[in-house]
Design a protein around this ligand. Sequence first.
Ligand code: FES
Length: 195
Amino acid sequence: MNAPTAMEMEKSHTCSCSGKAKKACTMNRRQFLFASGATTFTVMVTMTAGKGKAEQVPALVSTYPRKKIAKLSELKQDEPVTFEYPDEGEYASSILVKMGKEGGGGVGKDKDIVAFNLTCTHQGGDMTDGYKPEHKVLGPCPLHLSTYDLTRHGILVSGQAYQSLPQVLLEVDGDDVYAVGMFGLIYGRYDNLIS
Ligand code: FES
């Protein structure tokens, strides 16, 4: 597949962080891309953890044919829906959650619906049932306590990991919510391409 043009990237998705989250995690309009078919590429994303300096970090984005995973009308706040993505192989388990609070990459009227892979990026801990609605985080991981902020693209907020949690890119079409790609590398895979 050809590399996307600058114009195509300009028209594409934008980060929807706001307020403090916007300062903490900024993804400009040229950095968030959707394309048809399966392809993988790297973008630079600005992240700020705690009071640290803003830092540009590379992030892997992979796009796929979209997969329907939920209906908007059936989602209840802070009640996660589990699904497999981008395939049904190892470490593909993921959750979608309507947080009731705007999140980076969030979709829906309030931009509060996000989805993430459930495998800890440190050593593969299973974080199923790890969503904490009071803080909108996933974790602590049962192995070494890593915790990830779901309002800020899965950035690590505490623990042993050093990579953000891979985020599932979402699209809404009518009442349907689709997964269309991955932002970040899934644990245990050298890329996110479907085998
Ligand atoms: S595997 Fe999750 S913190 Fe180590």
